[in-house]
Structures are given as C-alpha cells and as structure tokens.
Design a protein around this ligand. Sequence first.
Ligand code: ADP
Ligand code: MG
Length: 676
Amino acid sequence: MDLTPLTEPLDQAVRVTARVAPALARLKIKRVIDLLNHFPRAYNQRVTISQLKAGMYASVAGQVVSVENKAAKRSRMKLTEAVVSDGTGAIKAVWFNQPWLTGKLHPGTRIRLSGPVDYAYNAWSIKPSAFELNPPPFEPGLEAEYPLSDGISNEDFVALVAAVINRAELIPDPLPHALATQLRLMPIGEAYRHAHAPKHAKALDAARLALKYREFFLLQAGLRLRRRSEAHDAELAITVTDDLRARALKYFPFEFTGAQTRVCGEIERDLTTPGRMHRLLQGDVGSGKTAVALFAALLMLDNGYQCAIMAPTEVLARQHYANISAYLKGTRVRVALLLGGMKKSERDALMTDLEAGKVHILIGTHALLEDYVKFKKLGLCVIDEQHKFGVAQRATLRAKGNRPHVLAMSATPIPRTLSMTLYGALDVSIIDELPPGRTPVITQWVHRSREQHAYERIRAELKDGGRAYFVYPLVNESDKLELKSATEFAETLKNETFPEFRVGLVHGQMSTDEKDAAVQAFRNGKLDILAATVVVEVGVDVPEANIMVIENAERFGLSQLHQLRGRVGRGRKQSYLYLFGDPKTEEAVKRLNVICATHDGFRIAEEDLRMRGFGDFAGTRQSGLPKLHIGDFDRDYEALHRARMDAGKFGEQVDEALIRTCLELHFGCKYRLLDV
Ligand code: ADP
Ligand code: MG
C-alpha cells in the first residue's frame, strides 16, 4: 500500500500561494490527507430566491440593488444591509460591524451570498457566512462551506480540495471486509468525494455517516489494540496468598464495605494475572477509595515493590499522608510525603532513601514528577483525582517505573456506558456504597429573602456544637479583586453575622503553613466557622463539620457542588448544606434543583454531562483522545455506540497493521499515544 500521495506535503502536491500558506498552517493542514480531513461545516443549497425555504442554508446569486449602513436597535452594533435581486425575487443581506463593505458593494455589483435564510414581514433575509463578488455562473446543487481562518477564502479551499480529491481513492478502509459489506456503507473514497462536493442531499448524508462511523470504529479499534498489547506485559504478576490478604486487611480499623471488597477483588485479579493494571476507580467522595488504594499498595509492597500516590493539591496529599500513616502506625512500612516547597537537604535525604528502596510509599503532589524523584522498584502508581492531571503528567509518573500498574481514582463519576465508550482501553471499578453510619446531607436552596432565616438555624446548630464551612466562589484564585471580596465576606461573617463565634479564613493565596493552621484550628474545634474558597473542595476531612453554606452557588458547576457537599455528612450529627444563590439562567436553576434532589453521584454526573455535553467532556485534556475530524461525540452518539459494539464483535478480524496505518494517517498518532 503506497500512501505517499496522501502523506505528501500539500505544497508539493499542489501550488500553494504565499497568500494562503499561513492560513493553512494555522489550520494545521500540512499533508494532502490533512486537507482531505478538513471537512465542511455546512452545506448551502444553491437555489434561486423564488425557491428559498425559511431556515435553509442557501446560496443565491444576483445583483446588488441598494446598500446602506445603519445603527442596530438597542445595541452599539453597526449593520450593513444590501438588497440583492436575481430576477425571481429579492433578498436582504445583513452583516454586523463591517461598515467597510459599503465600499465594495454598489448597485449593479454581481454577488453570491451563502448562509442561513429567514422569512419575516413578507421579506427574505440572509446572514451571509460567506459571499463572493463576480461569482462564476451559477449551477444548482450543494455548496460546501469550510471552517476557515483569515487569508484563505472558501473558493480557494474548494479549489485546493478539487485538485487532490482523486487521491481519496487511496485512503485505506479500516473496516474488516465482512463488516463493510454487512453495513452497506458508502465506500471510503466515494464518501470523501461526496462529503466535500456532494451531488445531492442523499449522497451527502450517506457519505457523512460512512465517514463518521469509520472514524469512531478506528478510534475504538485503536483503543482495543492498545489494551491487547498491554495484556502481553507479563512482568508484573505478583503473588497474593490468603495470608497476605488477611494481613493487609488487618491494617484497617474497620470492615470493608461490600463494594470495597468487590473492588479489592477486581484489583487483586489485575495484580496477580499477567498484564499491567490500568484501572479507573470511581466512587463518591468519602466512599473509601483511599483505603482501597492502600490495600492494593500493601499487596505490592509485600512483593517487593514501591508505590507512588499522587494528588492534585497539597491539602489532599497531606490528608492522604496523615490517613495512611495512621493506618500503618507501628508497622515497618515507611510512608513519606514529598511536597514542592521542601528544604533541599530534607528532600535529598528522602530521595536517597527512595532510591535505596527504604521508602515504601511515597505520597505527594506534582513534585513527584520532578526528575530527581527516582524509585528503586516502582510497581504501582495511584493517581488521585486523575482528571486534574494531564495525559503527559500521568505518563511521566508511570515512566518512573518499569511499566508499573496504574490505579486512577476519581470522585467525579462518569456514567458507566459513557466511560466505556470513551475509555475503551480502561477497566472501570465503581464503589457505589458509602461506609456505614453516614447520613444523607439535608440540602436546601435558600433564596436571598430567606437568608436571615437560614442564619438563625445555623446559629442554633453552632450553639449546639456544630461546625460550619462558608464557601465563597473564586473564579480565579489569583484574582486580587475577587480575593478581596472573599476576605471581606469573611470579615462580615466574623463581625456582623456571627460575632459570638470564632471565624477563620482559608484561601489559595495563603502560604501552606497558614492554610494548614486554619484547617487545623477548625479540625481541633478552635474555630466554629471556616470561611473558605474552593480550596476545601478536595481533601479536607473534618468529621465534626456538619454545616456548609455555599455563597453564589449558581456560579459552581454540578460536580463541584457535589464534591463540596462531600465535606460534610462525615460524622454522627445530621448535616446541612445551604445553597445561597440567585441564579440568572435556566441552567443554573436546574443545577441547584438537581443538587437538592439527589445525592447519587452517578445521577449527578449524568445530569452534568447532559447539560455540558459529551463533546465538552471528551474534548478536555483528561480524555486524552485525539481530535475528531468529522464525528461529534454529542450528536453522533448512535454511530459511536454502534462502532464500539462492532469493534468488539469484529475484534478478531481487525487487521492490526492496517489499524496502525489508518491511525497514523487519520489522527497523526500512534496507537500507543491513545491514552487516558
Ligand atoms: P475517598 O478517598 O473515597 O474520599 P476515603 O478512603 O478517604 O474515601 O474514606 C473516607 C473516610 O471513610 C475515611 O475517614 C476512612 O477512614 C473512612 N472509611 C473508609 N472505608 C470505611 C469503611 N469500610 N468503614 C468505615 N469507615 C471507612
Ligand atoms: Mg479521596
């Protein structure tokens, strides 16, 4: 299979003028295949004005009758309006903030206009997304409109594509022959041709479906391949005897819940069979993930391996360190904490011990990724709140061992079907049960007018020995103005609202010592109220805290609200969450209603995804997925799901070499780089 006609640099294949070259570079189009994979964002129907239908994306051509600039009603925008006639009717084109257009458009100028059309007050109007002066003669049909950058016109792009479209015949089809036949999808070369220059709407639909399906199939097949290659890594299979398991469980001052026990079994199976573990452990805040991670670590330690636990914040890393040290008190297991701000002498001593294998569990923040961190024999990486780290960071940690096991943890659950679709290469374990003795947090949304009433109830709780968090949203922890308002807010609490109680403040700009001191005072009961920014979102564990007030709750996302709520409801007292807020959008109202209505993290995650969209989620760095050219994780969910099933069903017939080739050609990445 000679693919050079596809991988050839575009400027060698066709003439690329100096004018369009920078635009192509901005669009990341280097090779011929990159150009072919740059698909239209819309298709306009070429029609006469008499054939228009309201709402259609149309392309009409005619002569300018009149042009004028106007001021828009109720806004500072400038409008340019031109009336264009083609002999069958007239249409008004409206542009925003482009007054210079009047210098180009004159009565009599021939123009082609493309974009969405509308019919109101007995007149047609169009908001042109593109226009062309003195266009070539008009033929009926569909016209592709590309997402472009300055310096290249739609016509330039159409011409470039036309010059190389014949090479689309050479693009290899990732589908096994039997599957392609069964699905009766349009052949790949033909599909490219119709996606760029469709003859009619029916061919266009068939072409786009064929390409989307193939793109999803390729992605899923790639993920499966990666997983299969990992299954062949046999180095790390450890031995776990009944005695070892029993000894490990004795470290914990409680019985594991049913869900924890099940998940420990899944992890144990991963560790004792050939192949590297790559598991995502999902469970609500406080469901006992850390305990499970420690169990896994203990099994590895007994087999002579070291373990790393990486957390996204210092508060969280310290929390893990405190908890795990407490579990392991009086044993020979040595746990150490590595933080960014450590004294060099102290750090050097720690690193020497780590490299000598004298430190068994190393807990830390991003500091674990530094070059000076060297293990003797790292066997397990635990990555807490894994979505807070980038793909490259997670890979850096792994590279500190010889293909160690990975246990990623997340308290932001992803609905199971979705995570399997997205993370084709990852095993998922779920802790769907909270440790006994937790009582659901009573959650209320408090309207501005009822705030005073809520304060009185909080006062009563505090008098009764309760402790409260007051959380203040800071969009940006480094924003001075916002920080000032958080500080003022704490002052008001202290001096006006609750003068009889002791109020402390913690925020991201404080030094670690200051932060610790505040949290510590709250934990010891020396403070009744801790005013805080979202730094308390993860890791702060004060079981006596039973009240949380979230100010401007409408500014927080669903998952964040849920995560914050996890800070209370950890002790024996009934806990309360008061959401203060004055939501301005329908979506914000919905968010607050969802939080009040349910405690189920998975339902909340599902609602969150429904509101934010799958694409938003898949597009974030946490997914590690390549950017799709034609498929859309949200809108094409059906095709995605189908492709995933088929990639599984036809797994044996998939040609590995072919998939690798297609991955490189299509996404420009090797399958090893598909990461999560
Ligand atoms: P997560 O990491 O999921 O937020 P942790 O492992 O930190 O949860 O556990 C939260 C709290 O619950 C800790 O104080 C821990 O000691 C306690 N805990 C964990 N598992 C159990 C259990 N099975 N029974 C009782 N308490 C538990
Ligand atoms: Mg945790």
